[in-house]
Design a protein around this ligand. Structure first.
Ligand SMILES: Cc1cc2nc3c(=O)[nH]c(=O)nc-3n(C[C@H](O)[C@H](O)[C@H](O)COP(=O)(O)OP(=O)(O)OC[C@H]3O[C@@H](n4cnc5c(N)ncnc54)[C@H](O)[C@@H]3O)c2cc1C
Length: 460
């Protein structure tokens, strides 16, 4: 810890808030060198996040002779994989209700069981390969802070029962919930299996494992163009070309760069705020024995957790889409309005900690599809894609990578028949309709959060 201590309170002295992703400070990275010579390979993967890296991992395990090159514009984990909030959950897409509404109970059940398996395998992976992703298998609490949210918890419990999972799951009343996390804001909760992780360390650990398996990972290598030629698809990068018969587009929120994917995804900004580490004395002020994260029910969720360094991380709130899929960090990484809203959430949940300063506040782009579910598949002619995890991608990218492995190897398997594979995808309209539409939908979702009993429609 770099902060100097305040001798009177034992709290570290305040340091200026950084508008940078907190997790990057936990393991500084220098991006590797750019690719400088032309290569031919079996599979080229564009994007070195969880999707690209897990797919490379499973392809190499299935066939060690495959020549695989991963091309990453910055460094492995520079995208959402390195700066998400670290809730490893079973959720697929935006919500359970949206999923069941679209695909029915049986298909949802199968997909959930595969994602549940992924959560276990991820833990085993970290143990086996000694990836210290600061994984805490605490599960998390889905919480309600008002009567409307309690109704949502009851609805979700009914849906979970339909799926036949977690039979013993029960709705905790305020007193029982506060035995778990003693927050005056919580009026009800139920527990969901899952873990908290450091997402950046998971991405960097995965990068090292995949590289050591013999996959070529080129950081600092942006793909600027892609065209069809006799030997396969030719990918242009600043200093070299890569030719491969099979290409995976694993750029998620950045997917619109590729013609075939132009309208499939919108990047929506989501914000987080992280405090300095809490002192032992501050930690003792709140009964939170199992350190589980918690997530409020609703369309625009807010959530809180502790990090391994005992910092508080709060995130979520109203998400914004900027005209023309604007993902420019220099303009949007800091949102004073989002920070103020998160300060309000922190004070509401933990009045004792309301004045603990934030050390980092930042935003990142969540990839949303029109259906609010991820899409994984084959676009034909050796091009494969995966995108649109809707802010729930830590476990689902792992499952999706097995679907991608089997699609790329031409196998028919349980993974290639999961509900998010080769599904119908409508895509978004062109601008300005996409922008205006986002405003309408955002408003509708916010109204539904406020008056769930009045607005019962399944908006997605
Ligand atoms: C703020 C935020 C919070 C989230 N919180 C959670 C959470 O708590 N739990 C959860 O389960 N999920 C969460 N998610 C979602 C999860 O992080 C993502 O679904 C997941 O990381 C997607 O992985 P990916 O590999 O598909 O995409 P990414 O990790 O975004 O990887 C795409 C990569 O492609 C690279 N790239 C882009 N263009 C090019 C190009 N032209 N050439 C080469 N490389 C390129 C990028 O640099 C990037 O590294 C969150 C996401 C965000 C943004």
């Amino acid at each position: 810890m770099t902060e100097t201590a305040n001798a009177l309170t034992d709290a570290p002295a305040n340091v200026p808030v950084k508008h940078e992703i907190y997790w990057r400070d936990t393991e500084p990275v220098t991006a590797g060198p750019a690719l400088r010579e032309d290569v031919h390979c079996d599979v080229a993967i564009i994007g070195g996040g969880y999707t690209g890296l897990w797919t490379a991992f499973y392809l190499k395990q299935a066939d060690p002779s495959l020549e695989i090159h991963v091309l990453e514009a910055e460094y492995a984990g520079a995208g959402a994989s390195g700066h998400n909030d670290g809730f490893m959950t079973p959720t697929i897409g935006h919500s359970l209700s949206a999923l069941i509404h679209r695909f029915g109970t049986e298909r949802a059940k199968l997909a959930y069981s595969m994602v549940g398996r992924s959560m276990l395998e991820l833990r085993r992976f970290c143990r086996k390969y000694e990836v210290d992703a600061e994984l805490e298998p605490t599960g998390y609490l889905q919480v309600a802070s008002n009567r409307n949210q309690l109704r949502l918890l009851e609805r979700d419990l009914d849906l979970i029962e339909q799926l036949g999972g977690q039979q013993s799951i029960e709705l905790l009343g305020a007193a029982d919930a506060r035995e778990r996390v003693d927050s005056p804001a919580i009026v009800g909760a139920f527990e969901v299996g899952g873990s908290l992780i450091n997402p950046h360390k998971l991405a960097r650990g995965l990068f090292r494992v995949v590289r050591d398996l013999g996959v070529h990972i080129h950081e600092s290598t942006t793909v600027t163009a892609m065209r069809r030629a006799a030997g396969g698809h030719v990918l242009t990068t600043p200093y070299a070309r890569v030719t491969a018969p099979k290409v995976l587009l694993a750029t998620n929120a950045y997917q619109h760069q590729f013609a075939a994917m132009r309208r499939k995804v919108v990047p929506v900004w989501s914000y987080a705020a992280v405090t300095r580490p809490l002192t032992d004395r501050e930690l003792a002020q709140v009964h939170w024995p199992d350190r589980e994260g918690f997530v409020e029910a609703g369309n625009f969720i807010v959530f809180g957790r502790l990090t391994a360094e005992n910092r508080l991380l709060f995130g979520g709130g109203r998400a914004n889409y900027h005209y023309g899929r604007d993902m420019d960090e220099s303009r949007h990484i800091d949102s004073p309005a989002a920070t103020a809203a998160l300060r309000g959430v922190l004070s509401r949940y933990f009045p004792q900690w309301r004045d603990i300063p934030f050390s980092h506040t930042y935003g990142g782009c969540v990839a949303i599809t029109r259906e609010m579910v991820p899409h994984v598949g084959s676009a034909g002619d050796g091009v494969f894609y995966a995108h649109g995890y809707c802010g729930n991608g830590i476990s689902v990218t792992h499952t999706a990578s097995k679907s991608l492995r089997d699609l790329i190897l031409g196998r028919d398997s349980v993974y290639t028949n999961l509900l998010f594979v080769n599904g119908k995808e409508r895509g978004f309209p062109p601008e300005p309709i996409a922008f205006l539409g986002s405003k309408v939908v955002t408003r509708a979702l916010a109204v539904q959060d406020r008056y769930p009993h009045l607005v019962r429609a399944q908006i997605f």
